[in-house]
Design a protein around this ligand. Sequence first.
Ligand code: XMP
Length: 531
Amino acid sequence: MKSTDAAEANLSDGPPEELTGQRIVVLDFGSQYAQLIARRVRDQNVYCQILRHDITAQRLAELAPKGIILSGGPSSVYADGAPKCDPELFKLGIPVLGICYGMQLTCEALGGKVDNAPSREYGPAKCKISQHEGLFGDLPDEIDVWMSHGDQVSSISDTFETLASTPTCPYAAIRHRSLPVFGIQFHPEVTHTPLGGKLLENFVVGVCGCEPSWKLGDFADAVIQRVREQVGNRRVICGLSGGVDSSVVAALLYKAIGPQLSCILVDNGLLRKNEQQLVIDEFTNHFKADLRVVQAEDRFLASLAGVSEPQEKRRRIGSDFIECFKQEALTIKDAHFLAQGTLYPDVIESGADPDGPAATIKLHHNVGGLPAELGFELIEPLRDLFKDEVRRLGLELGLPESLVWRHPFPGPGLAVRCLGEVTRDKLVVLREADAIVVEEIEKAGLYRDTSQSFAVLLPVQSVGVMGDARTYENAVAIRSVDTNDFMTADWSRLPYDLLARMSSRIINEVKGVNRVCYDISSKPPATIEWE
Ligand code: XMP
């Protein structure tokens, strides 16, 4: 990919001011919750961006956020190599809120003392508030909070004053006596701190003085305007997968440049039942967009023949996809740009943002994407948004709810749910079983309540009896999970009656299946997909 300077300039520091108004930044010290903090701030209609923990105070001064949040993190502030922030940032006059490790760093930098707590504290606590103005405005005298820490602040000297405490944590919340600097030991961003949203609102709106003016609709208008300027009269290609992200990108681009958009759907033969038709209907009936469908089932199945190792299956599917997409794209005259549904978590996790915290977060796999070498200039209109914001944007753009709330589907498709070697016959069985699982979940009104529900075809045969005859046929597993972020997940507690209906329908209606199991593993240690 050859990104233009203009594109790079507007991406590296997050969207330009006119797209966001004021912003809060979160410095990430390796917390599993940094993204959650950013999302909670955005819930207050204030734009929030995650930055590297070691960003300089000078750079922060240039970015001029209205407030700085220091995230938690797994380290001890006194450990060798513990991530630190530039202590000069406390002198910028910008309000700072240190959360957990961020609080301990704040204390260490400004004169308090941090010690190993007698025992690691993890779980709920009752927090007594002694000062109600500012951070704790409009909150009751006692709130439920979530603790997760080893170290804690043991002395705040005269520099800080105490705002709140718990039975085991005398300095659960503190503020600096002369600077706009706060620290809290608990985690306001998690749902186990029910009034955490109010506390963050108090910081963002009350202390930092942000106007709650970040609106997705305005954001979309500004992105559309920017795309029009960037594209001019050239042509944009967009890969469609039937998933939410690529659909929202296409809808946004269609609104911006209409007939200059060409969409490509590669049917790799690994899609769900009726999926190709569904995408075609949505994108030709709804948008009248130029849609090219590449029928590549034979090619993919030939590549997969004889391959049962999961990583090798993924690798082959990935490279075939790129080849197919490229061949089709070359037939589109004047194609100059490639639009992709990159989201904010991808940006911060991949290190595409030079100020971003990639050093502390690991890369998440993604087969089914396109490599930089295709030679197109890249447009990524969703790269500042979280998934739930993309869904809201999709609805605002007029996409149907059924599409916006569709469960995610992996790039390698049914191949990672057809364990072992993938064959046309096995795919027929899996597709039918999968359609029944989804249909029954929908009928039970649980589609929106579960995050991902599907069938997996196991590479075993088992003995059964049908009528009076012995059978020796396939086993299918049902997988249904509940999750917020897909990094961790729990198996859905589906009602027994629903499981019974799925099982009996699959065994009766899908030829070649005589046994159905329900997967009751959480992630970790299992993953959501079986391969
Ligand atoms: P795992 O199986 O790692 O999956 O728990 C987490 C989420 O990622 C999806 N997934 C993928 N998505 N390409 C994708 O676009 C892939 O290669 C891929 N592998 C897993 C999975 O469906 C779940 O939502």
